[in-house]
Design a protein around this ligand. Sequence first.
Ligand code: F6R
Length: 605
Amino acid sequence: MCGIVGVLGRHEAAPILVEALKKLEYRGYDSAGIATVDEGRLDRRRAVGKLVNLQDLLVHEPLAGKSGIGHTRWATHGAPSVRNAHPHQTRRVAVVHNGIIENFRELRAELAAHGIGHETDTDTETVALLTQSHLDQGQSPREAAENTLARLEGAYALCFLFEGEDDLLIAARKGSPLAIGHGEGENFVGSDAIALAPMTDKITYLEEGDWAIVTRTSVEIRDRDGHQVHREMREIQIDMARVDKGGHKHYMAKEIAEQPSVLTNALGFYIKDGRIELPGAGIDFTKIDRLTMVACGTAFYACLTAKYWFEQIARLPVDVDVASEFRYREPPITPGTAALFVSQSGETADTLAALRYCAGKADRILSVVNVPESSIARESDLALPILAGREIGVASTKAFTCQLIVLALLAVKAAQDRGEMDAEGVARALEQLTALPGLLNQALALGDRAAEVSRKLAEARDILFLGRGAMYPLAHEGALKLKEISYIHAEAYASGELKHGPIALVDKHVPVIVMAPRDALFEKTVSNMQEVMARGGKVLLITDAKGADEAGDGVWDTILMPEVADFVAPILYAVPAQLLAYHTAVAKGTDVDQPRNLAKSVTVE
Ligand code: F6R
């Protein structure tokens, strides 16, 4: 999603802006631009595609000035083009924006009635034109921005830069995150701490409805009612921004490989002396009789997996919903319900809105997040960190397995609190969880084997994934991962559901990936597999040695996994799903880390 940066510095702004925008590349974008004020004169440069195109442009057409704003755009209104790229600029103001201005058509019509026309397809240009119209009426930049903000509906993070003002930025947040970075005689604005990290580690997050008037020596923050407010300044860990590929060809490959170590961190954080310890006041599951879990995408599949755990081992009823549906369905939240939100970024607009819907209705608001300073973490009663470290690849990998680990630990804690698991059971479950990093290392050694199979998968047009029990959500995650980065159409079905319709899709051109450790449900899965093979389907079986033995002949290919306890099998089997998606994408030559049309942090609904 769009990234914003603003600089009131002591040095030339353009290189600083581009460096900060590089840090925001991980969010996904399709064009980029910067604007600066030099001796009072406002000017901008914009380019479609990767940041390197903007850098090239700046070599030929440099921009001077120590104040500026920058933007990476993920198109919402209007195709990716130079015309639609930010900053949007009029004679006296330039604006960068993340979010969606929902009433832009109405504002556009109003401006048109005053003879003010648009040149782009974007909602953001309306913000610049409205501000300009206020400036033309004799308002100061601050008044013009304030009066513009008062007219905007929807979600936004905005940063304004004005002609003739080389010591002023105005920043505003409603729905999309934005932070102020504090320096010595210089100040900054950024979408997140990562963007600001090259400049400063002192950060103030704006809260909902806040807007800030920033100069090199002052930061004045006002709330939605215009009152001046104090917002806490925090020091963020600068190493969060120190991310590289660590010798791997892609961030995704590095992040897949990191899983044993990040899972070890997470286990170490939550397991102390053989006991599960949650941060802060924790949660007492004897006081909870229902769990509502809400998330999007990969995080949603982590929730679906966890539903099996909470229900089977803790006998706790669980509802799971995708956030975009949950928030508008207005589901009743009964007393005794804990609401749990899972999000890597902690900024996903729909998940955050779902959390706000539950606040005040649910007994407790819990979250499982990777970014502890995120909005979702800050608005929860209890935020459980997954400790995956910065995830740059747009396709989530290590965050997924770390989410699963934390959810599995929570399920064990719930089982223990509710008297569904005795001390011996808890010890066994923790042993199974702590064995995972070693098992994941063994699964990672299957990289070459996965690459070999992936070369065949890369030729397919459609691929089906099957799973039973807790492997069913994982089949969904495998299909999502594959379609995201290889652009091959992939769908997942519960193994037993295939014959109720989807089996009509099966023929000799359709690989069917069956994720099936040799567990209690294995025989049933084998029967479903036979149904596929009887129709010429090409089965790729991912199982252990016992499973391969029992499955018999006829499968197209097999990936042999280490044996694993049923409880933690979905966490281990995430690895071959990730490896297959990764190597298929590499075989197809797609942009693995920044797949088309996708964004890392989805801050619009
Ligand atoms: C898929 C993926 C997305 C995210 C989803 C939610 O690989 O990364 O489906 O899982 O956009 O994002 P977070 O977890 O940041 O709320």
